[in-house]
Design a binder for this molecule. Structure first.
Ligand code: GRF
Length: 225
Protein backbone atom coordinates (compact mmCIF):
# COMPACT_ATOMS: atom_id res chain seq x y z
CA UNK A 1 0.00 0.00 0.00
CA UNK A 2 1.52 3.35 -1.04
CA UNK A 3 2.19 5.70 1.84
CA UNK A 4 -1.05 7.37 2.88
CA UNK A 5 -1.64 11.07 2.26
CA UNK A 6 -0.69 12.99 5.41
CA UNK A 7 -3.07 15.76 6.40
CA UNK A 8 -2.33 18.92 8.34
CA UNK A 9 -5.63 20.16 9.78
CA UNK A 10 -6.16 23.73 11.01
CA UNK A 11 -8.94 24.44 13.52
CA UNK A 12 -10.08 27.40 15.59
CA UNK A 13 -12.98 25.85 17.50
CA UNK A 14 -14.87 22.67 18.27
CA UNK A 15 -13.37 20.62 15.45
CA UNK A 16 -16.34 18.47 14.42
CA UNK A 17 -15.05 18.49 10.82
CA UNK A 18 -11.65 17.41 12.16
CA UNK A 19 -13.38 14.61 14.05
CA UNK A 20 -15.18 13.45 10.90
CA UNK A 21 -11.85 13.43 9.05
CA UNK A 22 -10.10 11.52 11.87
CA UNK A 23 -12.93 8.99 11.99
CA UNK A 24 -12.81 8.42 8.22
CA UNK A 25 -9.01 8.01 8.34
CA UNK A 26 -9.20 5.51 11.21
CA UNK A 27 -12.02 3.57 9.53
CA UNK A 28 -10.05 3.40 6.28
CA UNK A 29 -12.87 5.21 4.48
CA UNK A 30 -10.31 7.62 3.08
CA UNK A 31 -6.67 6.90 2.19
CA UNK A 32 -5.23 9.52 4.53
CA UNK A 33 -3.96 10.05 8.01
CA UNK A 34 -3.95 13.19 10.16
CA UNK A 35 -0.30 14.04 10.81
CA UNK A 36 -0.75 17.21 12.84
CA UNK A 37 -3.49 19.58 14.04
CA UNK A 38 -2.74 23.30 14.35
CA UNK A 39 -4.84 25.99 15.99
CA UNK A 40 -4.61 29.74 16.56
CA UNK A 41 -6.54 29.15 19.82
CA UNK A 42 -4.78 27.39 22.69
CA UNK A 43 -8.15 26.31 24.08
CA UNK A 44 -9.67 25.08 20.80
CA UNK A 45 -11.44 21.79 21.53
CA UNK A 46 -10.16 20.58 18.18
CA UNK A 47 -6.69 20.34 19.77
CA UNK A 48 -8.19 18.14 22.50
CA UNK A 49 -9.80 15.91 19.86
CA UNK A 50 -6.36 15.45 18.29
CA UNK A 51 -4.72 14.60 21.61
CA UNK A 52 -7.41 11.97 22.30
CA UNK A 53 -6.34 10.27 19.05
CA UNK A 54 -2.62 10.56 19.71
CA UNK A 55 -2.23 13.20 16.99
CA UNK A 56 0.31 16.03 17.55
CA UNK A 57 -1.66 19.16 18.47
CA UNK A 58 0.08 22.54 18.20
CA UNK A 59 -1.05 26.03 19.19
CA UNK A 60 0.55 28.74 17.05
CA UNK A 61 -0.17 32.25 18.32
CA UNK A 62 -0.85 34.54 15.36
CA UNK A 63 -1.18 38.20 16.18
CA UNK A 64 -2.88 40.69 13.85
CA UNK A 65 -3.14 39.60 10.19
CA UNK A 66 -0.17 41.07 8.29
CA UNK A 67 1.80 41.85 11.47
CA UNK A 68 5.35 40.61 12.04
CA UNK A 69 3.97 38.05 14.51
CA UNK A 70 1.53 36.83 11.86
CA UNK A 71 4.33 36.51 9.29
CA UNK A 72 6.46 34.60 11.81
CA UNK A 73 3.49 32.28 12.46
CA UNK A 74 3.16 31.72 8.70
CA UNK A 75 6.76 30.50 8.59
CA UNK A 76 6.17 28.38 11.72
CA UNK A 77 3.11 26.79 10.08
CA UNK A 78 5.23 25.72 7.10
CA UNK A 79 7.95 24.34 9.38
CA UNK A 80 5.45 22.31 11.42
CA UNK A 81 3.67 20.96 8.31
CA UNK A 82 6.92 19.95 6.62
CA UNK A 83 8.21 18.40 9.86
CA UNK A 84 5.15 16.11 9.79
CA UNK A 85 5.45 15.30 6.05
CA UNK A 86 2.05 16.88 5.31
CA UNK A 87 0.83 16.56 1.72
CA UNK A 88 -2.55 18.28 2.09
CA UNK A 89 -3.57 21.16 4.35
CA UNK A 90 -7.23 21.14 5.47
CA UNK A 91 -8.73 24.28 6.99
CA UNK A 92 -11.61 22.99 9.12
CA UNK A 93 -13.41 25.65 11.08
CA UNK A 94 -10.25 27.77 10.90
CA UNK A 95 -11.16 31.43 11.21
CA UNK A 96 -7.95 33.18 10.17
CA UNK A 97 -6.30 33.98 6.83
CA UNK A 98 -3.43 31.70 5.87
CA UNK A 99 -0.14 33.31 4.92
CA UNK A 100 1.77 33.55 1.62
CA UNK A 101 4.53 31.18 2.77
CA UNK A 102 2.03 28.41 3.50
CA UNK A 103 0.17 29.02 0.23
CA UNK A 104 3.47 28.89 -1.70
CA UNK A 105 4.81 25.80 0.08
CA UNK A 106 1.47 23.97 -0.37
CA UNK A 107 0.32 25.48 -3.65
CA UNK A 108 -2.72 23.57 -4.94
CA UNK A 109 -2.86 21.55 -1.70
CA UNK A 110 -4.90 23.69 0.72
CA UNK A 111 -8.62 22.98 1.14
CA UNK A 112 -11.27 24.85 3.09
CA UNK A 113 -14.86 24.17 4.04
CA UNK A 114 -17.45 26.93 4.18
CA UNK A 115 -20.99 26.47 5.58
CA UNK A 116 -22.82 28.08 2.65
CA UNK A 117 -23.24 27.62 -1.11
CA UNK A 118 -20.43 29.93 -2.26
CA UNK A 119 -20.28 32.49 -3.69
CA UNK A 120 -23.42 33.19 -1.64
CA UNK A 121 -22.99 34.11 2.00
CA UNK A 122 -19.20 34.28 2.43
CA UNK A 123 -17.75 35.34 5.79
CA UNK A 124 -18.02 34.10 9.32
CA UNK A 125 -21.80 33.61 9.63
CA UNK A 126 -22.87 32.00 6.36
CA UNK A 127 -25.52 29.75 7.90
CA UNK A 128 -27.16 32.56 9.89
CA UNK A 129 -26.98 34.99 6.97
CA UNK A 130 -28.71 32.43 4.74
CA UNK A 131 -31.43 31.78 7.32
CA UNK A 132 -31.99 35.51 7.86
CA UNK A 133 -32.15 36.12 4.10
CA UNK A 134 -34.97 33.60 3.78
CA UNK A 135 -33.35 31.21 1.30
CA UNK A 136 -35.14 27.89 0.68
CA UNK A 137 -32.01 25.81 0.12
CA UNK A 138 -28.64 26.20 1.84
CA UNK A 139 -25.56 24.06 2.18
CA UNK A 140 -21.77 23.89 2.29
CA UNK A 141 -18.80 24.18 -0.04
CA UNK A 142 -15.37 22.54 -0.04
CA UNK A 143 -12.94 24.53 -2.16
CA UNK A 144 -9.24 25.11 -2.78
CA UNK A 145 -8.15 27.92 -0.49
CA UNK A 146 -6.19 30.94 -1.63
CA UNK A 147 -5.05 34.23 -0.09
CA UNK A 148 -8.62 35.53 0.26
CA UNK A 149 -11.49 34.05 2.24
CA UNK A 150 -14.04 31.73 0.60
CA UNK A 151 -13.29 32.29 -3.10
CA UNK A 152 -11.06 29.49 -4.39
CA UNK A 153 -12.11 26.90 -7.02
CA UNK A 154 -14.99 24.73 -5.80
CA UNK A 155 -14.56 20.95 -5.41
CA UNK A 156 -17.88 19.80 -3.98
CA UNK A 157 -21.08 21.34 -2.62
CA UNK A 158 -23.92 19.82 -0.61
CA UNK A 159 -27.41 21.32 -0.30
CA UNK A 160 -30.04 21.05 2.40
CA UNK A 161 -33.64 22.31 2.46
CA UNK A 162 -34.43 25.24 4.77
CA UNK A 163 -37.46 24.41 6.94
CA UNK A 164 -40.18 26.91 7.80
CA UNK A 165 -39.20 27.07 11.47
CA UNK A 166 -35.44 27.06 10.93
CA UNK A 167 -33.23 29.64 12.54
CA UNK A 168 -29.47 30.07 12.03
CA UNK A 169 -28.63 27.45 14.64
CA UNK A 170 -30.98 24.72 13.41
CA UNK A 171 -29.90 25.34 9.84
CA UNK A 172 -26.21 25.29 10.84
CA UNK A 173 -26.70 21.91 12.51
CA UNK A 174 -28.30 20.45 9.36
CA UNK A 175 -25.52 21.88 7.16
CA UNK A 176 -22.84 20.51 9.52
CA UNK A 177 -24.09 16.95 8.92
CA UNK A 178 -23.38 17.43 5.20
CA UNK A 179 -20.00 19.05 5.88
CA UNK A 180 -18.93 15.86 7.61
CA UNK A 181 -19.70 13.92 4.40
CA UNK A 182 -18.43 16.40 1.82
CA UNK A 183 -15.03 17.15 3.37
CA UNK A 184 -13.80 13.54 3.61
CA UNK A 185 -14.98 12.96 0.02
CA UNK A 186 -13.01 15.97 -1.24
CA UNK A 187 -9.93 14.72 0.62
CA UNK A 188 -10.30 11.26 -0.92
CA UNK A 189 -10.52 12.66 -4.44
CA UNK A 190 -7.33 14.63 -3.72
CA UNK A 191 -5.66 11.49 -2.32
CA UNK A 192 -6.59 9.61 -5.50
CA UNK A 193 -5.15 12.40 -7.66
CA UNK A 194 -8.52 12.95 -9.31
CA UNK A 195 -8.79 16.74 -8.94
CA UNK A 196 -7.83 19.02 -11.83
CA UNK A 197 -8.00 22.80 -11.38
CA UNK A 198 -9.01 24.35 -14.70
CA UNK A 199 -9.13 28.11 -14.23
CA UNK A 200 -12.01 28.86 -11.84
CA UNK A 201 -13.34 25.32 -12.09
CA UNK A 202 -12.34 21.96 -10.61
CA UNK A 203 -12.82 18.77 -12.63
CA UNK A 204 -13.18 15.52 -10.67
CA UNK A 205 -11.88 12.80 -12.97
CA UNK A 206 -14.30 9.88 -13.48
CA UNK A 207 -16.81 11.39 -11.06
CA UNK A 208 -20.27 9.81 -10.95
CA UNK A 209 -23.03 11.69 -12.76
CA UNK A 210 -25.96 12.89 -10.60
CA UNK A 211 -29.08 10.83 -11.32
CA UNK A 212 -31.07 12.28 -14.23
CA UNK A 213 -33.17 15.17 -12.96
CA UNK A 214 -31.77 14.86 -9.40
CA UNK A 215 -32.55 18.24 -7.88
CA UNK A 216 -33.74 19.70 -4.60
CA UNK A 217 -36.92 21.79 -4.71
CA UNK A 218 -37.67 23.28 -1.34
CA UNK A 219 -40.44 23.45 -0.18
CA UNK A 220 -41.41 20.27 -2.07
CA UNK A 221 -43.62 20.65 -5.16
CA UNK A 222 -47.31 19.69 -4.64
CA UNK A 223 -48.87 20.18 -8.09
CA UNK A 224 -49.02 17.16 -10.42
CA UNK A 225 -46.55 17.58 -13.29
C1 GRF B 1 -18.52 24.69 10.53
O1 GRF B 1 -19.80 25.03 10.06
C2 GRF B 1 -17.47 25.16 9.54
O2 GRF B 1 -17.93 25.11 8.20
C3 GRF B 1 -17.28 26.57 9.96
O3 GRF B 1 -17.22 26.48 11.38
C4 GRF B 1 -18.20 25.50 11.80
C5 GRF B 1 -17.64 24.67 12.92
O4 GRF B 1 -16.72 23.80 12.38
N1 GRF B 1 -16.09 27.15 9.40
P1 GRF B 1 -16.04 22.66 13.30
O5 GRF B 1 -17.15 22.01 14.11
O6 GRF B 1 -15.07 23.39 14.20
O7 GRF B 1 -15.40 21.74 12.33
Amino acid sequence: MADKLVLGVFVSGGGTNLQAIIDCCEAGTIDATVGVVVSDKADAYGLERARKHGIPAVHVKLGKTGSTAWEQADAEHVRILQEHDVGLVCLAGYMRKIGPRLLEAFSGAVLNIHPALLPAFPGTSGQHDAADYGVKVAGCTVHFADAEFDCGPIIIQATVPVLEDDDGDTLAARILEQEHKAYPQAIQWFAEGRLRIEGRKVRVLDAKTPAEGEAIISPPVEIDQ
